[in-house]
Ligand binder design. Structure first.
Ligand code: ADP
Length: 258
């Protein structure tokens, strides 16, 4: 029968409840901290293009800036930047909330890769634009992944490669290794300093912010890529050398045959 004199903290159930309550509180505090950080980062990132827009618009209004095609293009660039930021943030917040459906199935990467390369090549009109190459062995097995998410990763990585490679080449190399398929995006661009490499997948991280502002990036793309790769059971890595180029590679599980 019940011994009513046992103090509550010596009853094992109460102990267990207290432990699981503490754990829940800690994980809620963690979610709350991440949410606060995200809002803080977002505010910071949106403030810069807004300040620039406001500066131009005020200058145009009080006629200290003369209207020109160039000015309108600059305004439009800042608006595009904010659009990208808002789109990226939407993806990011879905991921933070744990809501990003992955619809994995078995498929061949080849048509996906050629389709993406075609889309990018259509935009590369300048003569000095980097060349896009595909290295895809004939016997490459199909992957088990979500084609839409894989496309999203590749568009991000190739977009970056193009952005940071004024001329030269961008190669997409596919290799199988055990039960994984590795997809590498190799560029001959500006590269990333060794000490910066551990940070590139962090949200909002950008090498030398002032230098890269003009490149139109948001610093979210690679954080999204990493999450998307991990959600599909893969890993993502980077290797780079300043002035030589970068290799971003990620793995995907190979689909079991039969
Ligand atoms: P962004 O939108 O700024 O490109 P990312 O998260 O995609 O954001 O990349 C973060 C930063 O990593 C970039 O701002 C850039 O400094 C660096 N980076 C990414 N890809 C490359 C690349 N292929 N070559 C050189 N630097 C790169």
């Amino acid at each position: 029968h019940l011994n009513e004199r046992v103090p509550p903290n010596e009853i094992p159930e109460v102990d267990q409840l207290a432990t699981s309550f503490n754990r829940m509180a800690a994980s809620l505090a963690d979610v709350e901290r991440r949410r606060r950080e995200l809002v803080g980062d977002m505010t910071h990132e949106l403030r810069t293009p807004l300040t620039i827009l406001k500066g131009y618009l005020e200058g145009l209004a009080d006629e200290t800036i003369e209207p020109s095609t160039d000015i309108y293009l600059r305004l439009s660039n800042e608006v595009s930047r904010m659009q990208r930021l808002v789109n990226d943030l939407q993806e990011l917040s879905k991921m933070e909330a744990g809501y990003l459906p992955i619809d994995a199935r078995s498929f061949d990467l080849y048509p996906l890769l050629t389709g993406i390369i075609q889309k990018f090549s259509d935009q590369l009109v300048a003569e000095s634009s980097p060349q896009m190459l595909l290295d895809y062995p004939l016997d490459t097995p199909p992957v088990l992944a979500d084609p839409e998410r894989v496309e999203q990763i590749l568009v991000n990585l190739i977009g970056n490669a193009l952005r940071y490679t004024p001329a030269g080449s961008i190669t997409i190399r596919v290799r199988s290794e055990g039960n994984k398929l590795w997809v590498a995006v190799i560029d001959t661009g500006q590269g990333i300093a060794r000490e910066d490499l551990p940070h590139v997948f962090e949200r909002f991280w950008r090498a030398d912010r002032s230098r890269n502002r003009n490149s139109g990036g948001t610093g979210i793309g690679l954080a999204i890529c990493r999450r998307l790769v991990e959600l599909q059971g893969g890993t993502i890595e980077v290797d780079s050398e300043l002035g030589v180029g970068s290799i971003f590679r990620f793995s995907l599980p190979i689909a079991q045959r039969g």
